[in-house]
Ligand binder design. Sequence first.
Ligand SMILES: *Cc1c(COP(=O)(O)O)cnc(C)c1O
Length: 391
Amino acid sequence: MVYLDNAATTKMKDSVIQSMLPFFNDNFGNASSTYTTPGQNSRSALENARAEVAKAIGAESTEIYFTSGGSEADNWAIKGICEKNKKKGNHIITTTIEHHAILHTCEYMEKQGYRVTYLPVDEFGMVSVKSVEEAICEDTVMVSIMFANNEIGTINPIGEIGALCREKGVIFHTDAVQATGAVPINVKEMNIDLLSMSSHKFHGPKGVGALYIRKGVQIENLIHGGAQEKGKRATTENVAGIVGMATALKEATENMEEKTKKITYLRDKLINEVLSKVPYTRLNGHREKRLPNNTSFCFKYIEGESLLLSLDIEGFVVSSGSACTSGSLDPSHVLLGIGLPHETAHGSLRATLSEFTTEEEIDSFVAALIPIVQRLRDMSPLYEELKKGMI
Ligand SMILES: *Cc1c(COP(=O)(O)O)cnc(C)c1O
C-alpha cells in the first residue's frame, strides 16, 4: 500500500508509541492525585509534555490547554471567546474555506444571534490582509483564519493578520491543525491569541490536541467539573495521549528544515510530473505558499470518486479533498471557494505526503495515475465530445 493521505491522518511513530506505553500500566495514576507514586509520575509527565508542546510554537507552558483534538479546540476557541467577550460585540470574521470545525461552529453562532463575515479567498485560496482590515468593525469580537488549508495546502499570511488584529484590538484565532509540526510557528512573533492543533496530524495518537490561549485572553470554560487544565476543561487528563502528542511534536519540529527539503522535493516532483504528463489537469492552491506535503489536482472530464476507487484497487490511498466530505456528492466548499466550476471541482484528487514517503512511491503513483485517468476519460461522454472538437 502507498499511503498518500497524510492530511487526513498520519501513522504513529514507534518512538511515539513507546513513550506512551508506561502510562497505560506502571504509571497509571491520576495526574491530579497527591500521592507520590504512581500519580506524581503522571503529573510530571503531563507538565513536561505541556512544556514541550509550548516550546514547539514559542508559547509558555501555562498557555497550553489539552483537548480531545482539533475540532474541540476550534469549537472552544470560537464559542468560548464569543461568550466571554459578549460586551465587545457580536461579529466574527472568518473565511469561506475553513475546516468544517470552524464553519459549522460559525453557523451555530449565527443561530445564537452572532453576525459572521465569511471572507472570500483568491484563486489560490489565500485571504488578503486588506479584506480582513476592511471587515473589522466596532463590534468585531474575533477573527478566525486558518494557518494552512487542509485540502489545497495554501498558507495564509498569518503574521500580517496577527499584527493587524493586535493593532485593532481584535482577538485572533488560527486553526493550525495542518501547519503545526510542518512549518515554523511562533505565536509571539505572529501575534496569535489562540491556536488549534491536533496530534494525529503529526504522527501522534488520535483523540488528543491542544488550544494555545495567550496569557490574558479571556475565554469561557469548556467543561465544568474538576480543576484540570486550570478548571477550564475538567476531566481526568489523557496522560498517555498527551505524552504521545508531545513526543510526536518534538520529533516533528526537530530537523524540520531538513525534512521539509526532502518532502518539498518529492511534492514538486509529483506536481511537475502530473501536470506535464496528464493533459487537462490543474494544480489547486498556491505554487509556493503551500504546505510542504500537499498536492491537490483537478482532472477535467472525470469524477474524483471513480479515480479514487481505481487507485485504491491498485493500492494507492489518496482522497478527493477532505475526509469529512468524502462520501457526500457535493463538491468541496474549498474548491468552489477558489472559484472552480462544479464540474471541475468534481474531478479532484488530493495526495499528501509525509516524512516516510519515498521517491519510489511517488514514481509508482504517477505511473499508475496516468493510465487510470486516460481509461476514465475514454468512458466519459464529455471527453468524447471534446475529442470530436464539439466543445
Ligand atoms: C483535521 C483537521 C481538523 C480536525 O482535527 P481533529 O483532531 O480530527 O478533530 C481541524 N482543522 C483542520 C485544518 C484539519 O485539517
